[in-house]
Design a protein around this ligand. Structure first.
Ligand code: PTJ
Length: 256
């Protein structure tokens, strides 16, 4: 891998890209995952490649929801396994969530590799690779095959980098849904109860830290923190941040 100078203005982004490329080489990431990441990079660029106020509000609500949930599960796909496996395991540990491998572009060998990677990063248990599978209703997505003891039984599911209608199906099944999606206009972003419009490379670690810091909070205080959050308004605020960032960047350029 090329050495990226410390002074490079987009060093972080290039380091994350390197993680994706290595994850692809190691058989964790689907080839389509590289393209999905490219779309994410473009949106992150528009967002200013930083965790803005809207994302921070969503992260606080997500941490409260996770700590309030009885049977939370963090769903992990190939991109998450390559970009932030340690942070996903840390968020699960800090919140009491279980971790489940759930892929769009299926493949037994990739599933097992991702589970091994999560265990290497400290997960004591990884769901989603055993025989106890159930079908999630209301979606034809390959992601509908879920673990009977994990997502199927969960009351809250964290869905980082989803691909469409499963968030709606999870919600219709009565579960709370927390999404990470750099696209504030996506169906997933709009279907979730809490959407963190941030790169998982930054957001997942921040979620783990917030859960750890708030694990001593009482249920009433957590419930207040969760109740004050309005996802639709927060998505509009995220779009506003993109517009403001674009206006800032283009400030010096005259219109043709
Ligand atoms: O490993 P698999 O088989 O489960 O496949 C995973 C991918 C990501 C390939 C699959 O879920 C997919 O095709 O996703 P989409 O439909 O491309 O949607 C991914 C969404 O996540 C898009 O809205 C992207 O903008 C967004 N996204 C991409 N990279 C990131 C991201 N959001 C947060 N952080 C990122 N690093």
């Amino acid at each position: 891998m090329a050495r990226i100078p410390r002074s490079h203005p987009r060093r972080e982004s290039l380091l994350v890209r390197g993680r994706l490329a290595r994850g692809f080489g190691a058989g964790l990431v689907a080839s389509e995952g590289l393209m999905a990441h490219g779309r994410g990079e473009a949106l992150d660029y528009l967002l200013g490649e930083r965790t803005g106020p809207a994302a921070r509000r969503a992260l606080r609500a997500a941490a409260a929801e996770l700590l309030l949930a009885e049977r939370p599960v963090i769903s992990v796909n190939g991109n998450v396994a390559a970009i932030c496996p340690r942070e996903a395991v840390a968020a699960a540990r800090a919140s009491g969530a279980r971790v489940e491998v759930n892929l769009f572009y299926g493949g037994r060998r990739r599933e097992l590799r991702i589970a091994r990677e999560l265990r290497r990063c400290g997960a004591a248990e990884v769901l989603g690779t055993g025989p106890r599978r159930r079908r999630l209703g209301g979606t034809d997505s390959p992601r509908r095959r879920v673990d009977a003891d994990g997502i199927f039984a969960a009351d809250l599911v964290v869905v980082p980098l989803e691909d469409g209608d499963r968030a709606g199906a999870l919600r219709a099944a009565g579960k709370r849904v927390v999404a990470f999606d750099l696209n504030p206009m996506s169906r997933t972003a709009r279907a979730a109860h809490v959407t963190v419009v941030d790169n998982v490379s930054r957001g997942m670690g921040a979620l783990a830290a917030l859960c750890a810091a708030r694990s001593s909070w009482g249920r009433a205080r957590l419930a207040r923190a969760a109740a004050g959050f309005d996802n639709a308004a927060n998505l509009a605020a995220a779009v506003g941040e993109i517009r403001a960032n674009l206006a800032r960047r283009m400030g010096g350029c005259a219109a043709p």
